[in-house]
Design a protein around this ligand. Structure first.
Ligand SMILES: [Fe+2]
Ligand SMILES: [Fe+2]
Length: 422
């Protein structure tokens, strides 16, 4: 008997300390992280529940008589019944809203509990009949709580809720069936069950907070992703219409940018570029001649040889193109392609006279695709060359150190694969 009494005392103290800690932690979390928590109500219920359980468990230690409850013990028991029922209804509401209709049964039980409670207050908590009635009503209310918890736990198939439901059943049985008897074992079971219940539901609340915040985050990420996708679509439209405008300006270059873009992407794929780089290549090649928008139409379409001055004007188009798209964040990466698609590896290109590795892989790829398409289509100053003639010129340029020979080699293989032979 002494062992049981000591165990009971220890468990009471333990429940008190733990309950207070959980209540304080839940309150702190509510105060400090309210904007992050997606289960504010659950934290509030847990704080209330842990507080009532801890106070209820501590009272017998102060009292000499642990079997017949003093008035305070009954007052705290009423608060505990309320907190557990509140929490149960919250869980049901969240998991199976239909079950929440049982809250009327619960509240009716709580009202019913007021009768023996008043009786106990009047008789200073010592009347065995009122004690028995109150215990039975508490057992009944917790029986309903247990039933609701089991149903919710079964639906959710969550181990924590299943455990909580199990301890709720144990509580209901111990109260309805035995608390009114002077069995110390049952007191111990009740206290143990309450302790476990509080621990488990607070863990479930933490778990729930984590899951909900993850869910919330995923939702936000998805929203941003959709927004970005919509923006990208808009940019895509702008880019395509820009590309068409450039093509339309020069009557000899219809479809030039789209073909260059297609060649560049195929080449990039063969060279093992990432999806992101391929996308940059695709858009960059589509608008590589964007700067031609600012060049005099008469110069662009002039038949025959250009004067030095006119050629100098044409040479402005890469830098002009980059300037046009530089304020647009989405087109920052393609600026390099636009500015450097006329650079040569030996430094003889324009506008910056870059050499070797100073010219990015993307710009070199677009340069090869661009030169090939320019040579094989009719221009104002000459007729279209055949594929072989064009490749001969390009090989010559590679031999002179102007074009990247490894990319040209890959480009020739690509043309073979595509069946572009004449
Ligand atoms: Fe160009
Ligand atoms: Fe071009």
């Amino acid at each position: 008997m002494l062992v049981i009494a000591t165990a009971y005392e220890f468990l009471s103290l333990f429940t008190f300390v733990l309950g207070i800690s959980i209540a304080v932690l839940a309150a702190l979390r509510l105060w400090a992280q309210a904007s992050l928590l997606r289960n504010l109500a659950e934290h509030l219920y847990i704080a209330f529940l842990a507080l009532t359980v801890s106070l209820w468990s501590f009272l017998p230690i102060l009292s000499n008589d642990r079997v017949i409850h003093p008035q305070w013990q009954w007052l705290l028991l009423l608060a505990m019944v309320l907190s557990i029922s509140w929490y149960t209804i919250y869980v049901c509401n969240r998991i199976i809203p239909l079950l929440a209709k049982y809250r009327h049964v619960l509240w009716a039980g709580v009202l019913l509990l007021l009768i023996p409670f008043v009786g106990l207050l009047v008789t200073a908590g010592g009347d065995p009949v009122w004690t028995l009635t109150a215990s039975l009503v508490v057992g009944l209310i917790w029986g309903v709580d247990a039933f609701l918890m089991i149903t919710a736990a079964y639906r959710l198939k969550d181990k924590l809720y299943i455990l909580a439901a199990g301890f709720m059943v144990s509580l209901a049985i111990s109260y309805a069936g035995g608390l009114w008897l002077t069995s110390s074992y049952l007191h111990l079971i009740t206290l143990g069950s309450l302790l476990c219940y509080v621990i488990i539901v607070s863990l479930a609340a933490l778990d729930n907070a984590y899951l909900r915040s993850m869910h919330y985050m995923n939702q936000k990420v998805e929203e941003v992703r959709q927004e970005l996708a919509a923006q990208t679509e808009n940019i895509e439209d702008v880019v395509i219409s820009l590309a068409r405008t450039i093509d339309a300006k020069d009557k000899y270059t219809e479809g030039h940018t789209e073909r260059v873009s297609q060649y560049a992407v195929f080449l990039g794929e063969r060279l093992g570029l990432s999806d992101r780089s391929l996308e940059t290549l695709r858009i960059g090649a589509l608008i590589h001649d964007l700067g031609k928008i600012g060049i005099d139409l008469n110069i662009l379409n002039k038949p025959g040889k250009l004067t030095e001055e006119e050629f100098a004007q044409i040479q402005l188009h890469p830098a002009l193109g980059q300037q046009i798209c530089s304020p647009l964040k989405a087109l920052q990466e393609v600026g390099d392609i636009i500015r450097h698609h006329h650079e040569k590896l030996d430094g003889s290109g324009y506008p910056d006279g870059l050499q070797g590795d100073q010219i990015s892989l993307n710009a070199r790829i677009v340069a090869i695709a661009d030169i090939f398409d320019a040579l094989t289509t009719e221009r104002s100053y000459r007729a279209a060359l055949s594929v072989d003639e064009a490749l001969d010129i390009m090989r010559e340029e590679a031999a002179q150190g102007k074009l990247d020979s490894s990319i040209l080699y890959e480009f020739e293989a690509l043309l073979l694969d595509l069946g572009v032979t004449s």
